[in-house]
Design a protein around this ligand. Sequence first.
Ligand code: AMP
Ligand code: GLY
Length: 420
Amino acid sequence: MNILILGSGGREHALAWAVKQNPKCDRLIVAPGNAGIAALAECADLDIMDGAAVVAFATENAIDFIIIGPDAPIAAGVADDTRAAGLLTFGPSAAAGRLESSKAFTKEICDACHAPTAAYARFTDATAARAYVIRQGAPIVIKADGLALGKGVVVAMTLPEALAAIDDMFGGKFGAAGAEVVIEEFMAGEEASFFVLTDGTTALPIGSAQDHKRAFDGDTGPNTGGMGAYSPAPVLTDAIAQKAMDEIIRPTIAEMARRNTPYQGVLFAGLMIEHGQPRLVEYNARFGDPETQVLMMRLGAQALDLLLACAEGRLAETRVNWAADHALTVVMAAKGYPGPYQKGGVINGLDRMPEDSRHMVFHAGTTLRDGLVTANGGRVLNFTARGDTLADAHNRAYAMIDLVDWPDGFCRSDIGWRAL
Ligand code: AMP
Ligand code: GLY
């Protein structure tokens, strides 16, 4: 079959890598793709936010299956357009995608289905929000309702921080995303990411991961999109995963179906776990980045069968084959990230890397210039390895980093520390 993946990051490279290994995949196009993806698929210049353009492109190229990577086209309703055109699509409708694009909506769903999550209140004006925060005290969490490139959440450890966050959000720092603000109870515990495929009815867990949001070693420095991840997450034991399925995931899926906005795609639940009890931090309506890199490393070619079963409503008859393995990815980012950074530096040494079922360098922000791989983003490369133990995966990933020559890059040296 002919497959189109939308997106250009490490997540999409990992999806493409897994899909390509499946003999069902004849032709693979990734739009827009990047320098690493170009080594295994065709890259196409296509505006992935434009549903009509995606439909036209898919029709012209006889595409049988579309996989949507990032959140923005989901929120823009690209899956609605492709499905309306009769194209088999992996990814939720804009209405179901509100589980990511509106934090207030997610809270409303949790209320309706009694899913455990932080207590909260919603505000559309700063005065009432400030008064509430002063009554509640710190620590407290302030969230812009809408999509804010992962930057719309402030975990305020003090009252002045909380009040400043409210002023920022209502002052327009996040544009329309901050027109409504959700204020939440601070939850203590350990976080894990839980990935569940659903066709609207059946829910099939496909793995867990933990990521590292802070830029520097020891979980210091500014928040980023994620500096590394590993799978599985030991904190998400079978018993806790079962609890999360029973108390959070299945009730959410049932509530979405009840509202006639069934959720189809991957539901990525951020969980906070304390004393054996999972609580929902947030939903994402897409795969995580860099969590997908470790999930795909572990799932391999069966990933395509799983995504197809999800899109075709066949999850009830589908199983995941798990190996008792571990995967770990280390993100190499441009010095300065998540602040301002340089683009355009040449990356050498990638040809020395082993690339097989245990080692892959997924490209996140790269482009080809005069045949050379150059940095073209904040997060640039994901050194990803699989092993029988987490320590084995860790050692393999860092051994790959020793082979790369990119003076403008940096990475954390302690990915996986919590579990090692
Ligand atoms: P979100 O974008 O909702 O995932 O929030 C980003 C990060 O903020 C999460 O990964 C958590 O580390 C933290 N966070 C969000 N909500 C809470 C909460 N209620 N209590 C504690 N930490 C939170
Ligand atoms: N790594 C977190 C995310 O993809 O949202």
